[in-house]
Ligand binder design. Structure first.
Ligand code: FAD
Length: 288
């Protein structure tokens, strides 16, 4: 089923998984995780794709398995340095698996990339246009602005281009201060972005991830939250409790204020997803 059709009826609950790093032999383990996630009733599960298509085969296979398990997959594709024929190959595999939804991305560029890098798909908009109406298409957006843009306004001008190029819904980069998400909704709305913007939440359950989050995603960690983490950084059990409680707090606020769905970045941890959903049983019922 197309995610745009689901969103036209209800608010969504979704999870993101990444294909196994060591290759196809680890797919069965991931599918056990997917089967536990299925019990939580997600509307879709998204599957990441390596920048440059390094793991394209495993990624498409995982999407195919998810579809066969009766859950709607959202297959990510990064255009990046791929050629049109590389993308066509992935399109064919996904279509053969019956996948209907694709999140079209550019992917991160490596440091010191040359002019030739991203020759065919310099932006997600190029991939969106290339994919046309072959899938129900989504794209990424950034509550604090994408790191390559000097201003949020510039990034939102480009976001509008993603809608014009065919994106039917958007999923945000992670954020830990909901006011960035509400500001994005407001500013994107002023720029004519009307498609649903689904907030992406990643429970921060390990102190060592703080630095990574700042460098990889540019997401701000509010001072209060940072202080809590730093006070207990040596106690993993407390850290986990804090991270899960903070994500629960963010989700309650987002649902209360009418977010069109909740997308959980769970780093392939079904236990984390189950704990969050367990604490929010009645709140999540408000999504349906
Ligand atoms: P773009 O939309 O191309 O944006 C990149 C920059 O170019 C931005 O600054 C934007 O403002 C600007 N821009 C956009 N369109 C235009 C245009 N037409 N003309 C001029 N400038 C433009 N990475 C992976 O490798 N694999 C994944 O599976 C993956 N999944 C992700 C899922 C989500 C929900 C998010 C938020 C990110 C994901 N990423 C993934 C990371 C993503 O690839 C990087 O953030 C990358 O740097 C930008 O990708 P994009 O699709 O937003 O690119």
């Amino acid at each position: 089923m197309k995610i745009s059709d689901i969103l036209s009826r209800k608010r969504t609950l979704s999870f993101e998984v990444f294909p196994p790093k060591k290759g196809a032999e680890e797919i069965p383990e991931l599918l056990e995780t997917v089967s536990r996630l299925k019990e939580l009733g997600p509307d879709f599960i998204s599957v990441t794709y390596g920048a440059g298509g390094t793991n394209a085969r495993e990624a498409t296979a995982v999407s195919g398995h998810i579809k066969a398990m009766g859950v709607e997959p959202l297959a990510h594709i990064t255009g990046g340095p791929s050629s049109p024929s590389d993308v066509e190959r992935v399109v064919k595999e996904l279509s053969d698996y019956g996948v209907e939804n694709v999140l079209a991305l550019r992917g991160d560029r490596p440091n010191g990339f040359s002019e030739e890098y991203c020759k065919y798909f310099p932006h997600a908009t190029d991939l969106l246009e290339f994919l046309g109406d072959r899938f129900c298409l989504g794209a990424a957006c950034y509550p604090e602005g994408h790191t390559e843009c000097e201003t949020l306004r510039e990034d939102i001008v480009n976001l509008r281009k993603k809608q014009d190029a065919g994106a039917k819904f958007l999923i945000t980069q992670i954020f830990y201060d909901n006011s960035y998400y509400y500001r994005l909704l407001h500013e994107a709305g002023k720029m004519g972005v009307t498609v649903p913007i689904i907030p992406g939440i990643m429970p921060l359950i390990s102190a060592k991830n703080i630095a990574r989050i700042k460098t990889m995603c540019g997401s701000t960690i509010p001072l209060d939250f940072r202080n809590m983490i730093e006070s207990f950084s040596k106690n993993p059990l407390v850290m986990r409790e804090i991270g899960i409680n903070y994500a629960v707090y963010q989700i309650i606020d987002l649902i209360a204020k009418g977010a069109p769905g909740i997308h959980l970045y769970i780093m392939n941890r079904a236990d984390t997803a189950a704990e969050i959903c367990g604490r929010l049983k009645n709140v999540l019922n408000e999504l349906f």
